[in-house]
Design a protein around this ligand. Structure first.
Ligand code: IMP
Length: 428
């Protein structure tokens, strides 16, 4: 295992949390490298349900966890999440460290995210309203505040004050909002600083030293390949690199040190927020009914925002693109059990665009919007898969479905999840 990266191969919500939770059993260090509290990694431990947003999933296994420099940290969300976990018996404060170079999400990032989305009307992105894009925008513009800045109270407040004027001008004059009370923000953040200070460190040094010592490091991606800021369905994407390269830039680890890249995909496809989605099952007719039939067993509601997820059939072009972008070497397929109910299962093997067949996912969202899926139909299995532990215990048509996924993506399926519990995992 040494250094393993786990990334999403679709539009997020593939079940990365579950896969990381399983792989974390053998890890020494679990590291988040991008995104922020927009993520929602859901794990069941026995009868208990956990939804992690910012803290790496490895925390549930009692592992040392790292929030890397590529993450944007909302100290309010982090404190709340840590306290909730501690109240439920999970040790966070002793097991977590945070990069001093990670950027902070400040209240104006959330307000600007909301105001900007509102101003876009029907053209909105459908963000999680966590201030993610605004925080990354400040990072790129080199006007962001970093976690390490909280070390020096006086300097932190001075920096915050210097930003006050321009942010308030945008809030007020562009969006007609209220001025933010800066002294209060400063006070609030100093309280968080007090709590977080012992956790703040040079995490790139820590991770590289762990690798030097032969430790197993698991890099936990958030969102998915098609939400990547560079390669996703721009502008309907997030603001960080959710492909495997982000694991290097978001932690300070060389690409040469990465051993394995695991892609996580659902046995079908979902996305939340706006943007093109060729295989989406839409409307209130038969298609809508099929989507609804998957929503309940698949628990297809956003774990951060509670929004019902959009649902569609498996799209081989999406996953093939993710395989290329991240160099995925093995696949974990989640939610196979949700397909137990169907007589026949369509899978998308190409697109029709302007009267021509396409086998490659287009880089342009405008083009993607005009693509119509070309399906082949596979036989369903109409059998309960939720108790399978080995591939041989899956129904023959279930195995055939997985084999077809491997053929279409060029990658072996090494793990299959057939329900939310830890023991509903099929390997070997
Ligand atoms: P943001 O990351 O909050 O700016 O949202 C941008 C887009 O990414 C929206 O379509 C969100 O729904 C989507 N998104 C962000 N985080 C996740 C996630 O963890 N799972 C699925 N979609 C996400």
């Amino acid at each position: 295992m040494a250094a393993t990266v786990v990334v999403g191969a679709q539009w997020g919500d593939e079940g990365k949390g579950r896969v990381v939770d399983i792989l974390a059993e053998r890890a020494d260090l679990v590291v988040r490298f991008q995104g922020g509290s927009n993520a929602g990694h859901t794990v069941w431990v026995g009868e208990e349900h956990f939804a992690l947003h910012l803290i790496p999933t490895g925390i549930l296994r009692g592992k040392k966890c790292v929030i890397g420099n590529g993450v944007v940290v909302d100290p309010h969300a982090l404190s709340e999440e840590a306290d909730n976990l501690e109240n439920r018996g999970v040790s966070v404060w002793n097991n977590l460290v945070i990069s001093e170079n990670a950027h902070l999400i400040l209240p104006y990032h959330r307000l600007l995210d909301e105001a900007h989305e509102r101003s876009l009307g029907d053209g909105k992105i459908g963000t999680t309203l966590r201030g993610i894009g605004q925080a990354y925008a400040d990072k790129a513009a080199r006007v962001g505040l970093r976690v390490g800045d909280m070390a020096d109270e006086k300097e932190f407040c001075a920096k915050l004050e210097r930003l006050a004027d321009s942010k308030n001008q945008i809030l007020k004059q562009v969006y007609g909002g209220e001025n933010l009370p800066w002294e209060k923000v400063c006070e609030e953040y100093l309280r968080y600083a007090e709590r977080l200070r012992p956790l703040i460190t040079d995490t790139s040094l820590l991770i590289n030293s762990a690798l030097d010592d032969g430790k197993h490091v698991l890099f936990e991606g958030a969102q998915g390949a098609l939400l990547d800021i560079d390669f996703g369905t721009y502008p309907y994407c997030t603001s960080s690199n959710s492909t495997a390269g982000g694991a290097c830039t978001g932690t300070g680890v060389s690409p040469k040190r990465i051993d394995t890249i695991v892609g996580v995909m659902k046995a079908y496809t979902t996305r939340v927020g706006e943007g093109p989605f060729p295989t989406e099952l839409e409307g209130s007719g038969v298609e809508g009914d099929i989507a609804e039939a998957m929503r309940k067993p698949g628990r297809e509601y956003g774990s951060t925002t509670g929004r019902p997820r959009r649902i569609g059939w498996f799209d081989a072009l999406v996953v093939r693109r993710a395989v290329m972008l991240s160099g995925i070497e093995e696949l974990a397929v989640t939610h196979l059990d949700v397909l137990d109910q169907f007589e026949k299962i369509p899978v998308c093997v190409g697109y029709e665009y302007d009267g021509e067949r396409m086998d490659i996912f287009p880089a342009s969202s405008a083009k993607l919007r005009k693509c119509r899926p070309i399906y082949e139909e596979l036989p369903g299995w109409k059998q309960d898969t939720s108790r399978a532990k080995k591939f041989a215990e899956l129904p023959a048509n279930g195995r055939r479905y997985l084999d077809r996924i491997s053929e279409l993506t060029g990658v072996a399926v090494k793990m299959v999840l057939v329900g939310p519990r830890r023991d509903q995992t099929v390997v070997g």
